[in-house]
Design a protein around this ligand. Structure first.
Ligand code: ASN
Length: 218
C-alpha cells in the first residue's frame, strides 16, 4: 500500500535491481514505480482516521506546536532492527510523519542515515522523534559512527540523542543492534514504547529506565 505523494524508499525491494540503480524515488516517480510493480494504490483520505482528523483540527498551528510536542510526547513511528544468524543486520522505519506539515515536507524516516541505517560492519538503527532535528544531525549514522569508534550501542545512542538535544533542541529515540548482538533502546522524549527479543527472553519498556523481561515460550 502506498500513500500517494509520499516519498517511497524502495531500497531492498527485490524488483529494484532489475529496474534501476537508484536507491530513492519520491512523488510522481515513486507512484509510477509502485504501480508498475503491482503495489495497491489507495486514495489518501482512506488513510485518515476519525481520531487523526480531530487531532488535526486541534493542532492547526504548525510552528507553535510541533517541536514542543516532540520534546514531550511519544509518537506513532514504528521502527525495527534485526540481526540474523549469519550476522546480517537490517532496519525498517515507518511513520505517519507529523501533523499539519507543509505540502512537500520530507521527514527523517525515509532518508538514509537519518531515520534509519544498516551496515553489517557496525549495526542497524531505527529512529523516531522530531524529524527536522533528526535530519539536521543525521541521527542514525551519527549513532553508528560512535559505535565504529568503539562506543557501546547504549553509549552511542545516549551520546547522539544528547547531542541532538544540545545542538538543535530536538528530542527523539532510537533502537540499535550491533552485528555481535548488543542492542539498545534509548530516548530523550518522555516515553518510548520498545521491545527486544533475545534468545528466549522478551525485554520491554515504555518509561525512562524501565526494563522489564518475560520468558518467551518458543
Ligand atoms: N513520529 C515520528 O517519529 C515522526 C517522524 N520522525 C517525523 O518527523 O516525520
Amino acid at each position: 500500500m502506498l500513500l500517494q505523494t509520499n516519498p517511497y524508499l524502495y531500497q531492498g525491494h527485490s524488483d529494484i535491481y532489475s529496474v534501476t540503480s537508484h536507491v530513492m524515488l519520491t512523488g510522481r516517480g515513486a507512484n509510477k514505480f509502485a504501480e508498475s510493480i503491482g503495489i495497491t494504490m489507495v486514495p489518501t483520505d482512506k488513510l485518515v482516521t476519525e481520531y487523526e482528523r480531530k487531532e488535526w483540527e486541534k493542532h492547526k498551528k504548525y510552528i507553535a506546536g510541533v517541536n514542543e510536542e516532540f520534546n514531550t510526547q511519544a509518537h506513532d513511528t514504528v521502527g525495527a532492527v534485526a540481526l540474523d544468524s549469519a550476522g546480517n543486520v537490517a532496519c525498517a522505519t515507518s511513520t505517519g510523519g507529523i501533523r499539519n506539515k507543509m505540502l512537500g515536507r520530507v521527514g527523517d524516516s525515509p532518508v538514509i542515515g537519518c531515520g534509519g541505517y544498516a551496515d553489517n560492519i557496525s549495526g542497524a538503527v531505527s529512529c523516531t522523534g522530531h524529524g527536522e532535528s533528526i535530519l539536521k544531525v543525521t541521527l542514525a549514522r551519527l549513532i553508528l559512527s560512535h559505535v565504529e569508534q568503539g562506543k557501546s550501542v547504549e553509549d552511542a545512542s545516549q551520546l547522539s540523542l544528547q547531542h541532538m538535544g544540545d545542538r538543535v533542541q530536538g528530542a527523539g529515540g532510537a533502537i540499535v543492534v550491533s552485528p555481535s548482538g548488543q542492542w539498545a533502546a534509548a530516548f530523550t522524549t518522555k516515553r518510548m514504547a520498545w521491545a527486544a527479543a533475545e534468545d528466549d527472553v522478551l525485554w520491554f519498556g515504555i518509561d525512562p529506565k524501565e526494563k522489564l523481561k518475560e520468558k518467551l515460550s518458543l
